[in-house]
Design a protein around this ligand. Structure first.
Ligand SMILES: [Fe+2]
Length: 239
């Protein structure tokens, strides 16, 4: 079972993810144990809250790559960001200052839990109009969205990511139920860990893959934990 994790906060010093190199090293070790072969690091970018510059995250990314190479860790590491959708984001979008995931044109978009479904839709349309594909981060979190509304966003051209923790029930019954419905109706493009640290928000992708395999079969696991993520990163399948 090959796994790719395209939403996680593994880079140290840049957001509320890994606090230091040791935590990053632990998260990497845990990923290897679970069979994760590809990771896309997605440090937050949110005005007034998480404002590390692209230069800084690139610096930390290169450091992480050097560590992976030095220790011969069997993980391919990529870099993007988790973009909180607000006016600052729109300015970056206009100026073409976003870092897409892998070699593709997808960006991970996060929304306020206070936004309405119409506000979310408007942001998605703006991202699509700019020639990028929005991957909705942890879609299950937004109380205003149900399965039908999520399906309508996919028809628009958006993609959908859900968190492993939500699938496992860590975020309550509503989110868990919605995740399983979305998985059953094939409305999920990627399941990711959204891991922040080894202790409180760990990487549970392996456990999640086992649960999905048990309930929905290995073909579903392959689709949402390997094929989908690899396609989003625009990598060759063999990589
Ligand atoms: Fe995240």
């Amino acid at each position: 079972m090959r796994l790719a994790d395209i939403h996680c906060h593994i880079l140290p010093y840049v957001d509320d993810g890994a606090e230091h190199m040791e935590e990053m090293e632990e998260l990497l070790a845990s990923a290897v144990e679970q069979g994760i072969e590809i990771i896309c690091a997605t440090p937050h970018l949110r005005h007034g809250m998480f404002e590390s510059s692209d230069e800084e995250i690139i610096r930390q990314y290169r450091r992480a790559c050097a560590y992976i190479q030095e220790k011969d860790i069997p993980i391919g590491l990529f870099l993007s960001r988790e973009y909180f959708c607000d006016d600052t984001f729109l300015e970056r979008l206009r100026k073409n200052q976003l870092i897409p995931m892998g070699s593709g044109n997808t960006i991970l978009a996060e929304f306020s839990s206070r936004y309405s479904d119409t506000t979310i839709e408007n942001y998605l349309k703006k991202i699509l109009d700019a020639g990028l594909t929005p991957l909705i981060a942890h879609v299950e979190r937004y109380g205003c969205l149900d399965e039908k509304r999520i399906e309508s966003f996919i028809r628009l051209g958006a993609m959908v990511q859900i968190n492993a923790g939500s699938v496992l029930g860590r975020e309550g019954h509503r989110q868990k139920k919605l995740c399983w419905e979305l998985l059953r109706y094939e409305l999920v493009h990627a399941v990711a860990s959204d891991a922040h640290d080894p202790q409180y928000r760990p990487n549970e992708l392996g456990l999640c893959a086992n649960k999905i395999g048990h309930k929905l079969g290995q073909a579903c696991v392959k689709k949402v934990l390997w094929d989908g993520p690899v396609k989003i990163l625009s990598l060759d399948k063999g990589e």
